[in-house]
Design a binder for this molecule. Structure first.
Ligand SMILES: [Fe+2]
Length: 241
């Protein structure tokens, strides 16, 4: 099986379409979505419809849960709150119910999927570095766990009780190791690189790769501004921050 790992789409249709096109070329058999389909971007409904139609396996992100009120808006920045209020007016009640019911964690025979961390997933902790990873590694009963939330691609490896960061975008899975992988964000990257980011997990080859793809940032920015969403949400897309 070749999985496409997508996360933090955030209503950015331009970025999502380009990534899905790449996934088709790469012959991805199944999509795993680590949450935050909506929020920030101008096309939440379109993005949600697409990932549902493609039968992606989806866990809840903080924005997805905030839409229904399942997560309190006080968790968010002012721009984040404004985006949540706006998004609620652009999606159907059925969509809100769907996101409200998204689970926090999912597991299949090949990996685990969670938006924040496996410890306390409902608090959406940012797994930003090695110091935050031990609790998730301890709870992993599968060698591979995909996370999202930080919008920064990252690969952490645990081997013999030691955790270290893997530099580089490609990795071979070894039986003596465990892996936490953040594929980065499709719709709002924050690692200083504006290109949309996603992951490819090939279970036959036992490889994982993080890929970047160029999309029409200006079009996504224009739509955010025309929608009346906070301007910084448009500006940051060009910086990847
Ligand atoms: Fe996010």
């Amino acid at each position: 099986m070749r999985y496409g790992i997508i996360s933090d789409i955030h209503g950015n249709l331009e970025a999502l379409e380009v990534v899905l096109n790449e996934c088709r070329k790469l012959k991805i058999g199944s999509l795993l979505c680590a949450g935050d389909i909506v929020g920030y971007g101008a096309n939440p409904k379109e993005c949600l419809d697409i990932v549902r139609k493609l039968k992606a396996v989806i866990v809840a992100g903080n924005h997805d849960w905030a839409i229904s009120g399942r997560l309190d808006a006080s968790y968010f920045t002012e721009d984040g709150k404004a985006a949540i209020m706006w998004t609620r007016t652009r999606i159907a009640l059925e969509d809100i119910a769907y996101m409200n019911d998204l689970p926090l964690c999912l597991k299949n025979k090949d990996c685990i999927l969670v938006h924040g961390t496996l410890n306390d997933p409902s608090h959406f902790i940012y797994l930003t570095d090695i110091s935050k990873a031990a609790a998730t590694f301890a709870l992993m009963d599968s060698p591979v766990c995909f996370v999202g939330h930080t919008h920064v691609p990252m690969v952490l490896i645990e081997r013999g009780g030691n955790i270290y960061k893997h530099e580089g975008t490609e990795l071979e899975i070894r039986p003596e190791c465990k892996y936490i992988i953040n594929p980065g964000s499709i719709g709002q990257p924050r690692d200083g690189n504006p290109l949309a980011s996603f992951g490819v997990y090939d279970t036959q080859m036992q490889t994982i790769e993080i890929r970047r793809v160029l999309y029409d940032v200006q079009k996504a920015q224009r739509k955010i501004i025309e929608a009346g969403l906070p301007k910084p949400l448009a500006l940051r897309l060009a910086q990847g921050e």
